[in-house]
Design a protein around this ligand. Structure first.
Ligand code: ADP
Length: 194
């Protein structure tokens, strides 16, 4: 029988055919790569948005301390919280009495600096806030910076407005569990709004 025709041999322009065959393959690979890239453009943000969706909505307790109020920094601090996307759910101004402070600061009640802290916080009114948002507990603590204002980075609330380790502008709950306890300590249920 006859053997199948060898196209390359039969064509005087075999190199041209080979060239165009490679060109077609190259273009196909390019198209495939492009479509993978464009589909991965749609896919890549997914894990990110999934992570955002699963971030817990939390409500946390903030106390704007007397140095914040007398230093007229309350507006600035509210603005930082709101600009970061947090929603005010509760807000009240009052003078913290000794009993409330002993309960709130039970974890430092035996420290030598406690009487000074107690005198400082009860000297003039404070503002309690219930703030909600994704990961509110952790993110508000980050916005505040560390306890000692002199060690807090610029750009943090304590770093920008605080004076000392004691006069550090605001308190914020440090865990979700404490946020729940502290919100109940400072707000009645009907003082927190949806
Ligand atoms: P934080 O408020 O950052 O959670 P702590 O719970 O340890 O910090 O302390 C409660 C508050 O007591 C502080 O915010 C600060 O006002 C005050 N405080 C903490 N440490 C000292 C200290 N060494 N000297 C004076 N006051 C302090």
């Amino acid at each position: 029988g006859r053997s199948p025709p060898d196209r390359r041999k039969s064509c005087r322009c075999g190199w041209a055919q080979e060239f165009s065959r490679r060109q077609i393959l190259k273009n196909r690979r390019r198209r495939e790569a492009k479509s993978i890239l464009s589909s991965s453009k749609n896919l890549l943000p997914l894990p990110f948005s999934a992570a955002r969706l699963s971030a817990p909505m939390e409500t946390t307790l903030i106390l704007l301390k007397p140095d914040c109020i007398t230093g007229r920094k309350a507006g600035e601090v509210f603005k930082r919280f709101e600009d970061a996307g947090f929603q005010i759910r509760g807000c009240k101004m009052f003078r913290a009495d000794a009993g409330l402070l002993r309960e709130h600061y039970a974890h430092i009640a035996t420290k030598p600096f406690f009487p000074e802290v107690e005198a400082f916080i009860s000297a003039s009114p404070v503002i309690a806030l219930a703030l909600s948002g994704e990961n509110a507990v952790e993110r508000i603590r980050e916005l505040l910076g560390p306890t000692d204002s002199t060690k807090a980075a610029k750009g943090t609330i304590r770093g920008d407005f605080g004076q000392t380790v004691m006069k550090n502008i605001a308190h914020a709950s440090d865990t979700r569990e404490n946020a729940e306890i502290e919100l109940k300590r400072f707000f009645k249920p009907d003082e927190i709004f949806d």
